[in-house]
Design a protein around this ligand. Sequence first.
Ligand code: 5GP
Length: 126
Amino acid sequence: MSDSVEGYDSDNIFAKILRGEIPCDRVYEDDHVLAFRDINPQAPVHVLVIPKGPYRSIVDLAEQGSDVEIAAWVRAQAHLARELGVADSGFRILSNCGVDGHQEVAHLHMHLFGGCDLGRMIEPAG
Ligand code: 5GP
């Protein structure tokens, strides 16, 4: 795991959750990954799956994370889809990155949505 990633702000809210300074409704944890329910759920199932390392986006993780961390993060998402009962009915995973992606929390997270018809992925750009 990378100790420091340039530009990572360790005061972001998910870093505080990882340090135990803020509580979360945890649904999964292993050595490299933490997953918890979104505080403002947009679907019956809405969890956030984060690597424990200091990565802002998937670009940081891919460029600076280890293969073990990357595999653990991906496997946790699939594991949770199964555990939360949406693997067969369908679900969506989505990661907002950076300014154009409207990323609010600058620690890499994958949203996992499910439990209802999620509609179209995105409105066509105007
Ligand atoms: P983003 O736009 O960065 O992809 O989304 C960040 C998500 O984090 C939002 O869906 C928001 O509801 C969620 N969130 C923000 N603060 C907290 C918090 O303190 N706890 C939890 N569980 N979720 C949070």
